[in-house]
Design a protein around this ligand. Structure first.
Ligand code: SF4
Length: 344
């Protein structure tokens, strides 16, 4: 890992000039009913993916389409690694979580950074980004009215200003006038473990150099100390790198985390061996999730991340009572693997 406080690294792949590229990203044509051959929708146990709470416009709508098959996103995998009970409450019980202003701000800043690259290169200035903040917020609220309740009317000016400050931070680290992202907010997916498990997730930005080198970029906007979440963030980036490697046959040369609040860039350079190992880890993780699904044994695992957990009231570690385990939540993989000759 290299930490990079300043400008863009010269060695990282960039597409410096010209119009945005058109490199295609493998997107699973996943629609309701797109299930494993020989398995009817009714037989397959339910949701794995979408975080409860106020949906993120665009992302959750698309991810919700894939809830009927064995699939894993980096967020849900990270939940299980962090605390199996957290995974259960989010993915199986689907207990709603109120979105926090920090999360709403993150959604807003991501939206502005995505749209910034719709502008001509010379027009991508800090002022232009700030001018996009209010219209983007209005658009997001129109798409997901629940967002409006997260920020009070009195607090809205300060909220929008703080989003603008995060965007100012972005311009101290990268020069978007020199970038031509190949993809933004792109949904990527791949089947692993002989088709038994689908990995999928959204990548904030993909840069593809003329020579084909790929850089995966993820923006971090959170207010929580980032040391608490860094291993989760790295897991997420390796997850994306694995999907890209398996779909394109190219190991991304750089995985980039951009911490907008800290104004710091962290670059990781994965290799094939590391991603192969990571793939085995993810498959083993899914097996562990399935075992827990069969037994209902999702143990709480307290850590400093509990401070950000919305489910303390349902957690025995905090004196709460966990609701009874929902019926019919067997192992998804067992159902998927059952039909003879199923290709997955
Ligand atoms: S409070 Fe901590 S131990 Fe309890 S469910 Fe949340 S993350 Fe797990």
């Amino acid at each position: 890992m290299t930490r990079n406080d300043g400008a863009d690294t010269a060695s990282a792949p960039t597409s410096d000039t010209g119009a945005p590229g058109t490199v295609a990203v493998a997107v699973a044509a996943d629609v309701p009913g797109d299930v494993v051959p020989g398995v009817t929708v009714a037989e397959v146990a339910v949701p794995e993916l979408t975080a409860p709470g106020v949906p993120v416009p665009g992302r959750d709508t698309e991810l919700a389409d894939s809830r009927l098959r064995a699939s894993l996103s980096p967020s849900r995998a990270g939940d299980f690694k962090t605390c199996p009970l957290l995974y259960r409450l989010r993915s199986i019980d689907r207990i709603p979580e109120a979105q926090t202003p920090d999360q709403a701000r993150g959604t807003l800043v991501h939206a502005v950074l995505e749209r910034l690259f719709d502008l001509d290169a010379q027009a991508r200035t800090p002022e232009a980004a700030r001018e996009m903040v209010t219209p983007e917020w209005d658009r997001l609220v129109a798409e997901a009215p629940g967002l409006a309740g997260i920020v009070t009317e009195d607090g809205l000016p300060g909220f929008l200003t703080s989003a603008g400050e995060l965007l100012d931070g972005y311009f101290t680290m990268e020069d978007p006038q020199r970038l031509a992202p190949a993809e933004r907010e792109c949904l990527v997916s791949v089947d692993v473990d002989e088709g038994r498990l689908q990995l999928r997730g959204f990548i904030d930005r993909l840069d593809v150099a003329p020579g084909g080198e790929i850089r995966v970029v993820d923006y971090k906007t959170g207010g929580a100390p980032r040391e608490a979440f860094e291993s989760r963030a790295l897991f997420q980036l390796k997850f994306y790198a694995l999907v890209l490697w398996r779909t394109r046959g190219v190991v991304p040369s750089v995985l980039r985390l951009i911490y907008l609040k800290d104004r710091e860039i962290c670059d990781f350079r994965p290799d094939e061996e590391e991603l192969a190992r990571f793939e085995r880890t993810v498959i083993a993780l899914w097996a562990a999730i399935n075992r827990a699904r069969e037994t209902g044994d999702f143990r709480p695992t307290p850590s400093r991340l509990c401070a950000w957990c919305a489910h303390q009231a349902l957690c025995p570690e905090f004196g709460g009572t966990t609701p009874p385990y929902p019926e019919g939540m067997g192992a998804i993989g067992a159902v998927v693997a059952a039909p003879a000759g199923a290709a997955g």
